[in-house]
Design a protein around this ligand. Structure first.
Ligand code: MLT
Length: 267
């Protein structure tokens, strides 16, 4: 692990693996950087992969800017500056994609490509905002484990969860490791994030969409509609895949990321 810090983030922890052009892989909620463990060995011979624990997860301490998605984009920028990287491809899974979009809005000059893995540029619907506030209330009342037990099975495609109960258990355990304050902060940050479709329309860098046909968190229809907004777009739709292609179909995801990175870096 590599550690750095800023005034707002007392400990920023990330792994750096492999060599080649730089790629940042941002995990989602409620995970940590080990989410990418199946992908890193498949890509590290061609790219330098940075996998942070976002603030309040894994070895990164909670920070004062964790209550906004922009704040977490500043966290990503601190890593890029620490590594003295000028151009990087940002891959964001779900909430990691919301952070990646905020990063692209704040620091477009650093972005060589943006890969949105089961993510969306839409803001939350009123209904979803309401659900998030109920989740915050539940967690505040001590029902974090109950929330995780209900949430995690919805992340996977039906046939997958039947055959991989171990992976579901692991995701629940990962979620339990995130403290309640951080869980609440992430929900508030997600509920308050703005619509980012203008980033897609204005993008001068290529954009990739990885979409699970059985994704119950971010429906296929919603992301497909956004994929037509940018100039240069790569779209992959995975049949029989939910919200977690890095666990459900890692080989396929690695091949699609590799194709996208190759295009962005013109290797
Ligand atoms: C995630 O996987 O990061 C979250 O489920 C995203 C969300 O709730 O919008």
């Amino acid at each position: 692990m590599i550690y750095t810090q800023t005034n707002n983030f007392p400990r920023i922890a990330y792994n750096k693996t492999g060599s080649g052009p730089s790629v940042m892989l941002i995990h989602g909620f409620p995970e940590r950087n080990t989410l990418w463990r199946n992908l890193v060995p498949l890509l590290a011979d061609r790219y330098m992969l940075i996998t942070p624990d976002i603030p309040g997860t894994g070895e990164s301490l909670p920070g004062s800017e964790q209550t906004s998605i922009e704040g977490m984009a500043h966290f990503i920028k601190a890593i890029i500056d620490n590594e003295k990287i000028e151009e990087i491809i940002i891959v964001g899974h779900s909430m990691g994609g919301y952070i990646a979009l905020a990063f692209a809005a704040l620091y477009p000059e650093n972005v060589g490509g943006l890969s949105l893995v089961h993510s969306t540029a839409n803001e939350d619907s009123d209904e979803k905002k309401h659900t998030r506030m109920k989740t915050v209330q539940l967690i505040r009342n001590g029902a974090k484990d109950m929330f995780l037990n209900q949430m995690v099975p919805n992340l996977f495609a039906a046939h997958f969860k039947e055959y991989h109960p171990d992976l579901l258990d692991e995701q629940i355990t990962r979620g339990k490791e995130v403290n309640s304050e951080s869980m609440m902060a992430f929900n508030i940050a997600m509920a308050e994030r703005p619509d980012r479709k203008q980033i897609l329309r204005d993008a001068t860098f290529p954009i990739q969409w990885i979409i699970g046909k059985e994704d119950m968190v971010i429906p296929c229809k919603e992301t497909l509609a956004q994929s037509t907004l940018s100039n240069t777009t790569f779209v992959s739709i995975y049949e029989e895949c939910g919200h977690m292609s890095m666990l459900e179909t890692p080989g396929k995801l690695a091949a699609d990321l590799d194709r996208f990175f190759n295009y962005c870096f013109k290797i």
